[in-house]
Design a protein around this ligand. Sequence first.
Ligand code: PEP
Ligand code: MN
Length: 262
Amino acid sequence: MEQKKDIQLIKKGFITVIAGPCAVESEDQLNAIANGVKEAGLNFLRGGAYKPRTSPYSFQGLEKKGLELLKKVSQEYGLKVVSEVTDAATVEEVAEYVDVLQIGTRNMSNFALLKKVGRVANLKNLSVILKRGWASTIKEWLLAVEYITQQGDCEVVLCERGIRTFETYTRFTLDLSAVPVIKKMSNLPIIVDPSHAVGQSDLVIPMSRAAIAVGADGLIVETHHNPEKALCDGQQSLNSRQLKDMLGQVSVFAKFFNKMVR
Ligand code: PEP
Ligand code: MN
């Protein structure tokens, strides 16, 4: 008998904030970060185990060991786990350890992966986050959702994470208009990843406020207990004090929609 989980990432009346490191580095690192995420009152811990890095010379993630640490630490803190799946061949493996399967920007059009994720998420009652491809239109993104949902019912949450434009000051350009457009074109929930969009920690808080103001259902942000020492994306990671500050500011905007941050 398949063991089914009952995860609901997006709940009516709430703004869901997912926080955690770009990559799982060690048990100590994950413990320190999970502690900050729990103290901030959040319920979902993100962490990459299979990392799709632009350079093959960058840290590639702890893979299975990273998944084991995610499961162990999240259970200790009573948090749910979000982690990326990068390959159709490892979907079942990742699904053993996580509550939410994340499909990254580089794989939005990896249709074999989307179909496999759809099948496994349906079977195991997992949620799916589908990030927007950085060079994909909103129509292409919505069609990608159907590759997942054609395999059966599961919660699919879109994630706007920035697109490529001619601007290079920020890592990508956060297309916040995608949020109301998605709301107009579909019934799908949508969250925003300001961290990968702007690529600089000081810009993450203002863009988080803006994302909630335009109607996003939640955020996924990178946090680290010691960003200067992070093996991956430290420059865009909030420390635990900045995370709390961000949540306080975001709550003000959530109130406009009669929502609470969780
Ligand atoms: C991530 O969230 O760890 C990640 C790699 O993001 P993206 O796919 O948006 O680049
Ligand atoms: Mn990252």
